[in-house]
Design a protein. Structure first.
Length: 658
């Protein structure tokens, strides 16, 4: 018989799981604890890591598919022999005394069926889902339609997260979080295990409510706290999360509510799904389009001013007696503006960090595109190219000025300088500080400036640049303008780390933790691994880069086709050029592709008319390994500028590709 059975369901969060298990083992030192890890067919090496590092300390249940959170927990609950059962998320860290405090509290409250604790996120901020009320139709309505956010401490409107209850006091509550759910095993056997009709989300609400229906009480314990990175094991910001979560709420309503209550609840949920989806789509469109639209208005305004000046002070002086036709302002100028904005976007002018080159090249290529079109179709578009040329200069100045103002607001400087390195502070004891410092400088691909370190006691040490002690941490962060604190969990108790995070509460400071004897750093939404070099990120995998590549292909091939009557005699094989360019427009080929398009290790793209060999100077030992390396470099470092450089150097060869 054990005091506690800890159950962790894992799915592709290996590094968070390892850190979680280290904290669980520390918290288990004063109790008899068995630990179950149920792996739902992870593909990130979780199972191998568990067998190598925790083989004799845990019981591993390996699923060959992903049966869902409820079923996976039930697999372990059926085998649990503890007086208490704890369902724990893998993206959590518990304090050293957490288990002992939970057991003592539940021993003193025999009427208690389940218990939750205070949870904080990766930046030390309190998570309101630590304590919740039953989501009745009206409670859910207030939450869904934002009244709980407007009145966060109102007893009626803020009931969903019980905002009116002090987070630093113990309370009887209704609903616990599945991230940390401490339950009396005898009570759990009586009410039944997790309802497996809930694949993910909602099962904690259902289980909590069933404890209450059977006469047990649920409690919130503020005497201990845990870190819950919140969303590492289940990404909660997506539309898919909204859909799955609210489907779970409908299952709950059908199970526990009846009559008008059920109908009202389900109707509210469906309205909420549509509203959230619509709001998410609108917000994404706003984020993507607001800046380009504003800049388009400014460029159009500048173009209108250039046009007015030109027709009054240049055209009339040269003998012209007519204004430009109205269609020039109402149709062609908006099209020209769209061309400038499109080329700015293709160049990467809307991608941070801002760089000066895209702001120059975007308007320049916009001017080339418009000038070429007006030359080719002079009978239709025969308006002054001087206006277009001057407008391209204004578009360039507007783009530079806007981004300079954004830089001024965000960085305090108008000029386009390289983004400064993060200033970090290491917190721990001498040995841990030295190890983390060595790890960052040596093995991790983490370009930061280590400002110094803090320890429990300040003792001058020539080998360790200590800036002060833990109780001076707030002042040190402010004085040295620290961007990030890295805690050494190897020689610092987890409780001490959490206490420091809670005391600081600096909104602009990030926090990361180095687990004991680990070669990686864990923080909210990021894992820095010393084996980073083996986990290469190919930019050609990014959807945004694929869209840019396609846009570049369309723009370049269209320009080349328009200019073909003038330049055909310069191509090596002009008879093939139009057909090749049409293949690009039809999305059968790219302007630039791989040397070896059959390479299965790299992101899949269409064959190219040109490749990296058209850019680099051939060397005598160019062989399979060299050309594979060039393809790998292209996929990893891709940018539209790389395609442009290859095209400018080798455009005459376009008709020679197979």
């Amino acid at each position: 018989m054990f005091n506690l059975s800890v159950i962790i369901v894992n799915y592709n969060v290996k590094h968070f799981l390892e850190q979680c298990l280290h904290s669980v083992l520390k918290a288990s030192s004063k109790l008899s604890v068995e630990i179950f890890v149920v792996d739902n067919n992870s593909v990130d090496g979780s199972q191998q890591m568990l067998k190598e590092k925790f083989d004799d300390q845990i019981t591993l249940i390996e699923n060959t598919d992903n049966p869902g959170f409820s079923k996976a927990n039930n697999q372990a609950i059926k085998r649990a022999k503890g007086e208490y059962v704890l369902l724990l998320n893998p993206d959590t860290i518990v304090e050293e005394e957490t288990f002992l405090k939970c057991k003592d509290f539940m021993d003193q409250h025999p009427e208690g069926g389940a218990l939750g604790v205070k949870m904080i996120d990766g930046q030390g901020k309190f998570l309101p889902e630590s304590k919740r009320a039953l989501p009745t139709p009206w409670v859910s309505f207030y939450k869904i339609f934002g009244l709980s956010s407007l009145f966060p401490r109102h007893k009626k409107f803020a009931k969903y997260h019980l905002g009116y209850l002090d987070k630093d006091e113990n309370h009887e509550i209704e609903i616990l979080s599945g991230a940390f759910m401490w339950m009396r095993k005898s009570a759990l056997d009586k009410i039944g295990y997790l309802d497996e009709s809930f694949f993910m989300y909602g099962e904690d609400i259902d289980l909590s409510y069933r404890f209450i229906l059977e006469g047990f009480k649920n409690y919130y314990l503020s005497d201990t706290q845990i870190v819950h990175y919140k969303g590492e094991s289940t990404k909660k910001g997506s539309l898919n999360y909204v859909r799955v979560f609210y489907q779970a709420m409908i299952i709950f309503a059908k199970k526990h509510f009846g009559g008008s209550q059920k109908r009202l609840f389900i109707s509210s949920i469906k309205v909420a799904v549509y509203l959230r989806a619509l709001m998410a789509v609108m917000y994404r469109l706003y984020q993507r389009l607001a800046f380009p639209l504003l800049e388009g208005v400014m460029i159009y305004g500048a173009m209108f001013g250039v046009k007015s000046y030109w027709e009054h002070y240049v055209k009339f002086l040269e003998g012209g007696k007519e204004y430009y036709p109205e269609i020039f302002s109402t149709l062609y100028m908006p099209i020209y503006t769209l061309v400038f904005i499109s080329f700015l976007w293709i160049a990467g002018a809307y991608r941070k960090p801002f760089k000066i080159k895209p702001l120059i090249m975007g308007p320049f290529w916009g001017f080339i595109a418009i000038a070429t079109a007006t030359y080719m179709f002079s009978g239709i578009l025969n308006f002054s190219r001087a206006i277009v040329g001057l407008s391209s200069i204004f578009a360039m100045l507007i783009a530079i000025g806007n981004r300079g103002l954004i830089n001024m607001r965000e960085k305090g400087s108008f000029f386009f300088t390289e983004s400064k390195q993060k200033r970090i502070l290491i917190a721990g004891k001498k040995g841990g500080i030295a190890r983390v410092s060595s790890l960052i400088k040596g093995e991790l691909d983490y370009p930061v400036e280590i400002v110094g370190a803090v320890s429990e006691k300040y003792q001058p040490d020539p080998e360790t640049e200590l800036l002060g002690s833990f109780h001076q941490l707030k002042e040190i962060l402010r004085f040295y303008q620290i961007d990030e604190v890295i805690f050494c969990n190897e020689d610092m108790p987890t409780q001490q780390i959490l206490d420091l995070m809670g005391e600081i509460q600096e909104a602009e400071v990030e926090y990361k933790i180095v687990p004991p004897q680990a070669d990686y750093i864990v923080g909210p939404q990021v894992i820095l691994n010393s084996r980073y070099s083996e986990q290469i990120h190919y930019r050609l995998q990014d959807r945004e880069e694929k869209v840019r590549k396609r846009a570049f292909d369309l723009a370049a091939s269209s320009l080349l086709m328009l200019s073909f009557p003038l330049l055909f005699w310069l191509y090596e094989k002009p008879a093939q050029v139009i057909r090749k360019l049409w293949d690009v427009i039809a999305h059968k080929k790219h302007i630039v592709g791989y040397i070896h398009p059959e390479d299965s290790e790299l992101p899949k793209i269409k064959p190219g008319l040109l490749n990296m060999l058209d850019r680099v100077k051939p060397i005598s030992d160019t062989g399979p390994m060299n050309t594979h390396g060039l393809d790998k470099y292209y996929a990893q470092s891709y940018s539209w500028g790389m395609d442009l450089a290859i095209l400018l150097k080798s455009w005459r060869k376009i008709g020679t590709s197979l």
